[in-house]
Design a protein around this ligand. Structure first.
Ligand code: PEP
Ligand code: MN
Length: 342
């Protein structure tokens, strides 16, 4: 049950509702909105139904939520999708945003070249990993703190907000120094301690769907972050594992409209990791935009043949502007607004 407090509700009234919820045996989570507070009462259905909070001072109305995820549910916002503002880049609701950059930060020159190219083409955010989740322990694991410093330089140069992956809570502090959005990778989608810590850190989070995870499990992962009071969560479909071997993963495009039915959170699509092949990236990006995605996160490299990781799926930096125009046209047909490059 969500208890929506009146705009003018006092802190004492919020506290007294929390006390009533807790006295019933349910748990209370207060979400301080810009205009009003919402209290999530989480417990078994009967406990919560017996709360009898209608008419209690400060309470506006109650919203029953039957799904296992509560704060991620579309019911919480009465069917209104959430728009996030990431250092000026809007995503969600009517806003479509593109996050582009290399798989991993490899060198100063290649990162700055890519950052300039994606900025000029009109991308809204820069991606790039300093800590890389690699299948093989013998593969390049990322530049670590040096990579973060280069991302800070690229941000300074282009003004683009940075999306970068956090793999381990021990790296939270340095990642927080540069990340405008913390990426939690597919392999960590169900790392519940990491989700909780990132929730507490209060920085926007992009959660990638685990490649064997259901849509509901993805929403439960988001719930871990939201439960800590961090409401800035972006969900990412990046392909799931099926029996098909013709490409790297199967891009689950149907997850987009289905997520939109269930959650208010923005949904982006990563066609690069799903495809594993550059030639499939433009069509799958357009298909994602047509299906209602709020944005794309895509790998771009100045010279994919020499990329340290994921070169075969990276778009060529010099081809990125033409690609982006096509995707944005489809997003506009699907009813989205695309920011004009500054
Ligand atoms: C990435 O975005 O670089 C990445 C490793 O993605 P995923 O976690 O989806 O495999
Ligand atoms: Mn990659």
């Amino acid at each position: 049950m969500m208890i929506v407090m009146k705009e003018e509700a006092t802190a004492d009234e919020v506290r007294s509702v929390v006390a009533r919820v807790e006295a019933s045996g349910a748990r209370a989570h207060v979400i301080e909105g810009e205009l009003q507070s919402v209290i999530g009462a989480i417990g078994d259905q009967e406990q919560v139904a017996d709360l009898e909070l209608e008419g209690v001072p400060g309470v506006d109305h109650m919203v029953p939520i039957s799904r296992p995820y509560k704060l991620a549910s579309l019911q919480v916002t009465h069917g209104t999708p959430t728009t996030l503002d990431i250092a000026g880049a809007k995503i969600g609701g009517e806003h479509f945003a593109t996050i582009a950059g290399p798989c991993t930060v490899e060198s100063r020159d290649s990162l700055l070249d890519t950052a300039r190219a994606v900025k000029e083409a009109g991308a809204q955010m820069l991606r790039g990993g300093a800590y890389k989740p690699r299948t093989s322990p013998y593969s390049f694991q990322g530049l670590g703190e040096e990579g973060l410093e280069l991302l800070a330089e690229a941000k300074e140069l282009t003004g683009l907000p940075v999306v970068t992956e956090l793999m381990d809570v021990r790296e939270l502090e340095p990642v927080l120094d540069v990340a405008d959005v913390i990426q939690l990778g597919a392999r960590n989608m169900q790392n519940y301690t990491l989700l909780t810590e990132v929730g507490r850190a209060g920085r926007p989070v992009l959660i990638k769907r685990g490649f064997s995870s259901t849509i509901e499990e993805l929403l439960m992962a988001a719930e871990y972050v939201l439960k800590e009071g961090n409401s800035d969560v972006i969900l990412c479909e990046r392909g799931i594992r099926t029996f098909e071997t013709g490409y790297r993963f199967t891009l689950d495009l149907m997850a987009i409209p289905v997520l939109k039915e269930l959650t208010h959170l923005p949904v982006v699509v990563d066609p690069s990791h799903a495809a594993g092949r550059r030639d499939l990236v433009p069509s799958m990006s357009m298909a994602a935009a047509a299906a209602g995605a709020d944005g794309i996160i895509v790998e771009v490299h100045p010279e994919p043949e020499s990329a340290i990781c994921d070169g075969p799926q990276a778009l060529r930096a010099r081809e990125f502007a033409a690609y982006l125009r096509q995707v944005e046209q489809v997003a506009e047909i699907a009813g989205k607004r695309v920011a004009v490059p500054a």
